[in-house]
Design a protein around this ligand. Structure first.
Ligand SMILES: [Mg+2]
Length: 229
């Protein structure tokens, strides 16, 4: 059962998330360019907001502040996504998702985005209909925990106890690989995000692709996820 990351794996928003967070920190705290020194790849939204607070204000956000910021972030993100002139899908994503829809009954998401942000991005990309469940940054600020949540929901969707190795995390960062390893899942690393193919190789993913074009051949070689249709 596949669990796809979103940013850098399926799509890039062209900075919509960063623009929205910068706006948020400027309005709420008078902090300009909060995202300037933050590399968001593979991090949960919670971690990203905390990093902005530490860089800009030298303090941690309280859980109430995080909740309030996320609530204010979502409409700003949706507005940015509507503009987003640099929004784009990663290469071969539509063919890959069409293939996955053929071979798997259920397909999941495993992303550091809070659920509302994940849905806004997938809707903008017209990809939302491909996914049946997920683990999100709103389930846990810690990536292995949200992957574990995705696996639990995947098992509920399948209605049976799938082994950990039946799950395949697909992601573009070292965080995706580490989280999958921690959960006993397989992991395909795809070098379409900000992490180089060499750096991804160092983290020993089960497979390493330049783009998602390589997924169907890998799938046929390895195993019949979900037992097919
Ligand atoms: Mg990513």
């Amino acid at each position: 059962m596949y669990l796809f990351d979103i940013d850098g794996t399926l799509l890039l928003t062209g900075g919509s998330g960063s623009i929205a967070i910068n706006q948020l920190f400027e309005e709420r705290f008078g902090v300009k360019g909060a995202m300037d020194s933050v590399a968001p790849g593979g991090k949960t939204d919670d971690m990203i907001l905390q990093e902005c607070a530490r860089n800009g204000m030298e303090r941690e956000l309280t859980p109430d502040e995080v909740e309030e910021l996320i609530a204010a972030y979502l409409p700003l993100l949706r507005a940015e996504l509507q503009r987003a002139p640099k929004f784009r899908l990663m290469p071969h994503v539509r063919e890959c998702m069409a293939f996955v829809a053929e071979v798997a009954n259920t397909v999941g998401i495993a992303t550091g985005n809070v659920e509302g942000a994940a849905m806004a991005k997938l809707e903008r990309a017209q990809l939302r209909h491909h996914f049946h469940f997920g683990g999100y940054g709103s389930d846990s600020p810690i990536r292995p925990e949200l992957v574990a949540t995705a696996m639990k929901r995947g098992r509920a969707c399948a209605g049976r106890e799938l082994p950990d190795r039946d799950f395949v995390v697909v992601g573009d960062t070292l965080h995706d690989i580490a989280a999958a390893h921690a959960c006993g899942a397989r992991v395909i690393a795809v070098a379409t995000g900000s992490t180089s193919i060499d750096a991804l190789a160092q983290a020993s993913p089960d497979a390493l692709f330049e783009t998602l074009e390589e997924l169907p051949a890998w799938h046929h070689q390895h195993f019949n996820l979900d037992g097919g249709r």
